[in-house]
Design a protein around this ligand. Structure first.
Ligand code: AP5
Length: 220
């Protein structure tokens, strides 16, 4: 049986997971699986799953594990994941990590990269983030401004602020991260799968560091 590469990007909201995931996946031909994007896509399509997830997301809470797991496992069963994939925003709880471990068995090389960024920087990044409605490409009003105001550099689509990027919801998301997701660092460190990366540097520098560590699976 082929051993596939499963890259897991951990990090608080605004750490740069989505930004770096897009670059890593393009460089390494991996499928980019963002559970946040999958939920937002369901919301756009007005599916039953999207409707159930909306209340949790708007409140800055996690969507219940059973909803996340079913959606995620359906997604990674698709053909584009056969050569390996990158998980962005999953797992977010210990039960999610245990379910993934059980599903992968011994058939995957798992590398977990954890982005570290101080909270004041996260707040600044998230409250001035603008996301393309059409292609999900991410801009920042100060750090990655669009060439034309309000338009995505990649596809010209409309740039909008995510409904969970208000100061109030971001503060809740950070609290949820500390309580429910940060314990995953210990979970993966115990399995010698974790490498920590300083995410509070220019995008290009962070990318180089992540690329290097994702190849070797080098633990910090
Ligand atoms: P999700 O969409 O996964 O959001 P998140 O984890 O909170 O992460 P973000 O997308 O906010 O940030 P990011 O780290 O990707 O940062 P980005 O690259 O955009 O989840 C949303 C919600 O869905 C959750 O709250 C939950 O309700 C639900 N959900 C999703 N997955 C779930 C799961 N597994 N279980 C349960 N519920 C789940 O960068 C941020 C900004 O900073 C951008 O503007 C960018 O341009 C800028 N930036 C990036 N890098 C740099 C840099 N190096 N220097 C300067 N600026 C930078």
């Amino acid at each position: 049986m082929t051993v596939v590469l499963v890259l897991i990007l951990l990090g608080p909201p605004g750490a740069g997971k989505g930004t770096q995931a897009a670059r890593l996946c393009a460089a390494r031909s991996l499928a980019h699986i963002s559970t946040g994007d999958l939920f937002r896509e369901n919301l756009k399509q007005d599916t039953a799953l999207g409707k159930r997830a909306k209340g949790f997301m708007d409140a800055g809470q996690l969507v219940p594990d059973e909803l996340v797991l079913e959606m995620l496992f359906d997604r990674v069963a698709k053909p584009d994941c056969r050569q390996g994939y990158l998980l962005d925003g999953f797992p977010r709880t210990i039960p999610q990590a245990e379910a993934l471990e059980k599903r992968l068995g011994g058939h995957a090389k798992v590398v977990v990269l954890s982005l570290r960024v101080p909270e004041p920087v996260l707040l600044e990044r998230l409250t001035a983030r603008r996301t393309c409605k059409a292609c999900n490409h991410v801009h920042h009003l100060r750090f990655a401004p669009p060439k034309v105001a309000g338009k995505c550099d990649k596809c010209g689509g409309e740039l909008v602020q995510r409904t969970d990027d208000t100061l109030e919801v971001v503060s809740k998301r950070l609290e949820v991260y500390r309580n429910q997701t940060q314990p995953l660092e210990g979970f993966y460190a115990g399995r010698k799968l974790l490498a920590e990366v300083d995410g509070n540097r220019p995008e290009e520098e962070v990318f180089r560091d992540l690329s290097r560590r994702s190849i070797g699976g080098e633990a910090a």
